[in-house]
Design a protein around this ligand. Structure first.
Ligand code: A2P
Length: 269
C-alpha cells in the first residue's frame, strides 16, 4: 500500500536500525529544490560531510535514498537539502512533508567527503553543482575544516539564479555564527550559472579549463603541493571534475587512504 502523501501510516512499525525523526522546518526554494530540518536523536553521531539513508513511513516497505547531512556534526538538529523529482519514488512524497511529520533515517552514517580523507594542505576546493552543495553546507559550518586549511573555496554551479539561494543564505548567516563566524572569513564562495545571465557564466569544468576561476579568485592554478579538492554533483559532473583534478596531478583518497581529493555523488535523482 502506498499513500499519496508524506504522512505516516497509522501505527507504522519503525524497523530496527532506523530512527523516526520529527520535521521541524521546511523551506521551498524553487519548484525543484527544498530544505528540511528534523530532530536529532541524542545517540546519533556523524562526521561533517557524511550521508545517511532517508525514507518516509508511508509504505509498508519504505523507499530509502542517500542524503548528505547538510548540518554540521555539532548541530542539535539535522538538515537536508533535496531535489524534487516529479515521479521520484521518495522525493515525490518527501517534497510534501510539513512541520510535525515523521521522516525515517537509517542509523549508520557514511561517506568520503570528510576532512579525515584528505592530506593536510593550504587551500581546500569544494566543487559543487545543484544539491551537491549539501555536504559542504555541513563542512563550512564545522570549525575543524578551518583548522585544517588556510583558505576554503566553495564553488557552486546551478542552472538558474534561484537555485543559488540556499548557498547564499547559508554563507551570509555564517558571518554571525558564534562558532565559525570569525574563521569563516577564510571561506570564499564562487557562484556560476549555466542557463541564466549572471556575473560568472559556465560550468566549473570549463572555468577551470580556461583558468578563469583562478583569475577571478586571484589564486594560482591547482597544485598537488598546496591544494586539496572535494567534489559533489551529478555523475557526469564528478567524472569531468575528477579528470580536471587528475590533470593537475591530484589523486583520489578515501577514509583509509587519505590523498589530495575526494568525491561523492549527489545521490538522489
Ligand atoms: P548545464 O546547465 O550546462 O547542464 P543539474 O541541475 O542538471 O544537476 O545541473 C546543475 C549544474 O551542473 C548545471 O549548471 C549544469 O550545467 C552543471 N553540469 C551538468 N553536467 C556537468 C558536467 N559534466 N560537468 C560540470 N558541470 C555540469
Amino acid at each position: 500500500m502506498t499513500l499519496d502523501t508524506a504522512r505516516t501510516i497509522p501505527d507504522f512499525p519503525v524497523p530496527t536500525g532506523v530512527f523516526a525523526l520529527t520535521v521541524t522546518e521546511v523551506t521551498h526554494y524553487t519548484d525543484r529544490l527544498f530544505k528540511f530540518r528534523v530532530t536529532r536523536p541524542a545517540s546519533f553521531r556523524f562526521r561533517s560531510g557524511e550521508f545517511v539513508m532517508i525514507g518516509l513511513p508511508n509504505d509498508e516497505k519504505p523507499v530509502f535514498r542517500a542524503y548528505s547531512i547538510a548540518s554540521p556534526s555539532w548541530d542539535e538538529e539535522l538538515e537536508f537539502y533535496s531535489i524534487k523529482v516529479p515521479d521520484g519514488p521518495l522525493t515525490e512524497h518527501l517534497q510534501k512533508i510539513q512541520v510535525g511529520d515523521t521522516v525515517l533515517m537509517r542509523k549508520k552514517p557514511t561517506g568520503t567527503l570528510v576532512n579525515d580523507a584528505l592530506l593536510p594542505g593550504k587551500r581546500l576546493w569544494m566543487f559543487s553543482t545543484g544539491t551537491g552543495i549539501a555536504p559542504f553546507a555541513s563542512l563550512i559550518r564545522d570549525p575543524e575544516t578551518y583548522e585544517k586549511f588556510d583558505e576554503i573555496i566553495l564553488t557552486h554551479t546551478c542552472r538558474e539564479v534561484a537555485e543559488l539561494q540556499y548557498g547564499e543564505d547559508l554563507v551570509a548567516t555564517l558571518k554571525d555564527d558564534p562558532l565559525v563566524g570569525e574563521i569563516a572569513q577564510n571561506l570564499r564562495h564562487y557562484c556560476t550559472l549555466t542557463r541564466e545571465n549572471y556575473p560568472v557564466r559556465g560550468r566549473i569544468t570549463d572555468l577551470i579549463a580556461s583558468c578563469q576561476v583562478f583569475e577571478d579568485l586571484n589564486v594560482p592554478p591547482i597544485n598537488p603541493e598546496s591544494d586539496r579538492g572535494m567534489i559533489c554533483g551529478s555523475m557526469a559532473m564528478l567524472k569531468d571534475t575528477r579528470s580536471a583534478l587528475d590533470g593537475f596531478g591530484l589523486t583520489e583518497g578515501a577514509n583509509n587512504k587519505p590523498a589530495t581529493y575526494v568525491v561523492e555523488r549527489a545521490f538522489v535523482d
